[in-house]
Design a protein around this ligand. Structure first.
Ligand code: FAD
Length: 456
């Protein structure tokens, strides 16, 4: 069994294969495993260069962490301190209380907010009366949100919230793939607000204890990568090399690495879709085309470390988002020590800044000095931070975040059928059915389960 890509998707496939008694070989071009998961410890601070947490609502990450014996290291986001600000007309305005993404569930905070104007407030309130109506098979997030809540809700709620996750444009992203739950609620209730309130009431009746929105590991997500590495040691071999191409060979495949061929009875493609496309085009041109059609965004995180004593007033809340309409380079900023405990020691403040996305891949080409200067200047202007920066860490992620444009689910259905027809080839990764860590773990596990079912 060969797994190409040693990010969380490939590692999950290797873990569940090993658990089922099947050895594997992971081929990873980087000199370390984990893909975009990368934790560093600097001056007592735990810094995440890539993802910093995972959604509690999706169980696969929590399950794997439990199997790795790390359940006691899981921490939740400090939701009692959760206020997120959005930049509007040169000031930071808090997101109104009771918002579920862009869906308002409380009247008073909506009435009082300065984030949207009176017309949008009335429109958002009236949405409660919306009856179910036929909608196209798929449409953009922008069209969907605008139809429910109006254009301003797209510009000042949906766009900044999604930019911080996908680095993508809501006019291109597919609502069916990005917000599938909202599509279901809209079809059933007409009003999204009514749907979200009904779901909440159902959860309350079931006495479901509200979980923190995000979870992470006390020592950083890199500790999960290390735990998987330890769990698969002796059961999975890691080869540090770039897979160059894959061909059919007898009933299986052969993978070329540095000009040498490696035989494989089965292959899991757990690399980015653009890389998978180059590997598979020779076997099935159409599958290669479909893989190449998944767009990717590039992103960059910049951690800036400060000393608490240099602040006249400490930042409040989880951080802020900058809508595209008000953006220069900074897309979002998280105050790490507020969002999670155990990440930043007493006496330090860490800002985790997010740049890039579909509109600004060019920022990855800037020098470290230029990036730090630009981020520091924007933090000063937007959040009034004048404290001197004590340390910095920059992580650049070229074409790492898949985007799901309108029609994505349809194309992935065709791709899955073509890959299934090849036989013995499996896909896992953020290009297909969810970009979050729990989705990637679920897809890696599912690939392993299919292989185990075929072989044992
Ligand atoms: C900055 C950032 C912040 C994020 N924040 C969050 C978050 O907070 N929560 C969340 O749930 N998700 C978050 N995500 C998304 C999530 O982290 C990723 O979708 C997920 O980790 C991707 O895992 P993967 O294994 O599919 O891909 P990757 O991690 O990209 O791994 C793919 C691996 O394949 C290797 N590879 C590619 N081609 C080849 C080849 N030909 N031969 C050998 N190796 C190859 C690459 O080197 C890479 O290591 C974030 C992503 C980024 C970039």
């Amino acid at each position: 069994m060969v797994i190409i890509g040693g990010g969380i998707s490939g590692l999950s496939a290797a873990y569940y294969l090993a658990k089922g008694g099947a050895p594997s070989t992971i081929i990873e071009s980087r000199p370390r495993l984990g893909g975009v998961i990368q934790t560093e410890h600097v001056e007592g601070c735990t810094l995440e260069g890539g993802p910093d947490s995972f959604l509690s609502a999706k169980p696969s990450a929590f399950e794997l962490i439990g199997e790795l014996g790390m359940a006691d290291q899981v921490i939740g986001s400090n939701d009692h301190l959760r206020v997120t600000f959005v930049r509007r007309h040169d000031r930071l305005v808090p997101l109104p209380d009771g918002l579920m993404m862009m869906v308002p569930t409380k009247i008073l905070p909506l009435v009082g907010t300065r984030l949207v104007g009176l017309g949008t407030k009335i429109r958002m309130g009236m949405e409660l009366m919306r009856a179910p109506k036929p909608r196209p098979d798929d449409e953009s997030v922008a069209e969907f949100v605008e139809e429910h809540y109006g254009r301003e809700a797209v510009d000042y709620l949906a766009e900044p919230l999604l930019s911080g996750i996908y680095g993508g444009n809501p006019s291109e992203l597919s609502v069916r793939s990005v917000l599938p739950r909202f599509v279901e609620l809209s079809a059933k209730y007409g009003s999204l607000t009514k749907g979200v309130l009904a779901e909440r009431a159902k959860a309350a009746r079931a006495h479901a204890k509200p979980a923190p929105l995000f979870r992470t590991l006390r020592g950083g997500l890199g500790s999960m990568v290390e735990a998987i590495e330890a769990a698969i040691r002796g059961k999975a071999e890691v080869v540090t090399s770039r897979a160059e191409t894959i061909e059919r060979s007898g009933a299986g495949f052969r993978v070329r690495l540095n000009g040498e061929w490696m035989e494989a009875d089965r292959v899991v493609l757990a690399c980015e879709a653009h890389s998978a496309s180059a590997l598979t085009s020779g076997m099935d041109g159409r599958a290669g085309e479909l893989l190449a059609s998944v767009p990717y965004s590039s992103s960059m995180t910049v951690a800036l470390g400060f000393d608490t004593r240099d602040f006249a007033r400490l930042p409040v809340g989880f951080g802020f988002l900058v809508p595209r309409k008000e953006r220069r380079r900074l897309v979002a900023c998280t105050w790490v020590g507020t969002k999670f405990s155990h990440r930043v020691p007493e006496g330090k403040v860490v800002a985790r800044c997010f740049l890039g996305g579909r509109d600004d891949a060019a920022v990855l080409e800037e020098s470290d000095e230029a990036v730090v200067e630009m981020v520091t200047a924007e933090l000063r202007e937007i959040a009034g931070v004048t404290a001197p920066v004590r340390f910095t860490r920059i992580s650049r992620w070229q074409r790492a975040m898949a985007q799901y444009p309108v029609g994505h689910a349809e194309r992935i259905r065709e791709l899955d059928a073509r890959v299934a027809a090849i036989g013995g080839l499996h896909l896992a990764g953020n290009a297909y059915q969810g970009i979050g860590i729990p989705d990637c773990i679920r897809m890696g596990k599912s690939a392993a389960e299919r292989i185990l079912a075929e072989t044992l």
